[in-house]
Design a binder for this molecule. Structure first.
Ligand code: PEP
Length: 250
């Protein structure tokens, strides 16, 4: 991959405390180097650290995003929830929607569609995650599942240029297993073909997520059509995250 507008999304999941912020100092330094001036890094810490991250990265080129949002765009009686408006208010610019770990907690494709609409209303950019489970893969249902997630997730959404689609096979997240390049390329092409059928769908960048680490990223970077990575576990370790970034730029 060239370094032109390549995305590296750091999904910190339910990890981190205020002291963890110091670990990103070297990542901030990296973004100041000319060689990496065009890459886009988005840190997605837990809600509790969003404000700290915005402050910490203020003078850098790093963006901050939330890991989820409620589908309701206005304030309301939804105990324990955070909506896009609140995320925007904190200064974050991105939000992950449809991550398999939040789908597991009950998110439906319809709710994900509502979340995307509500995030767009608040002018957030969206990292829209899709992916098949191991069971679905074994049953040869991958394409059906991906297509359904795309169709319902993006139903009646017009400003698609504010979306990044993250293809994350569930069986690859946190398992250390990555798909073979040939299979990944096939699925990326399938996603691309279907996104291109939507108005401005060709503006959506596709990134890959699932056990990306410094050892496999170079190989994954060779796959045409991938514009970056969503990195979970390895992004908690800045040395590994920097290694991933450096090794993916060919
Ligand atoms: C993720 O959380 O989206 C992810 C890809 O995690 P990991 O890199 O740990 O597989």
């Amino acid at each position: 991959m060239t370094n032109n507008n390549i995305y590296f999304i750091a999904n910190w999941k339910m990890y981190g405390n205020p002291a963890s912020l110091n670990t990103i100092n070297n990542v901030i330094k990296l973004t100041k180097s000319k060689k990496f001036s065009k890459i886009k890094i988005v840190y997605c810490p837990p809600y509790t650290l969003l404000g700290n991250f915005v402050k910490k990265t203020k003078k850098s080129k790093i963006f901050v995003g939330a890991q989820n949002c409620h589908y309701e765009s206005e304030y309301g009686a939804y105990t324990g929830s955070i909506n896009a408006k609140m995320i925007k208010y904190l200064g974050a610019k991105f939000v992950i929607v449809g991550h398999s770990e939040t789908r597991k907690q009950g998110d439906t494709n319809n709710e994900i569609n509502m979340k995307i609409k509500s995030a767009l209303k608040s002018n957030l950019r969206i990292i829209f995650c899709i992916g098949e489970s191991l069971y679905e893969k074994r049953k040869k249902k991958t394409k059906t599942v991906l297509l359904k997630q795309i169709k319902i997730g993006l139903k009646k959404i017009k400003n698609l240029q504010n979306l990044i689609l993250a293809y994350e096979p569930l069986w690859s997240i946190g398992t250390g297993i990555v798909p073979k390049n040939i299979d990944l390329e096939k699925n990326i092409n399938f996603i691309r073909k279907n996104l291109n059928k939507l108005k401005n769908g060709n503006r959506i960048k596709i990134i890959y997520g699932g056990s990306v680490n410094p050892n496999n990223v170079k190989n994954l970077s060779r796959i045409p059509g991938i514009s970056g990575f969503i990195v979970g576990g390895a992004s908690l370790n800045s040395k590994k995250f920097i290694d991933i970034i450096k090794k993916s730029i060919i």
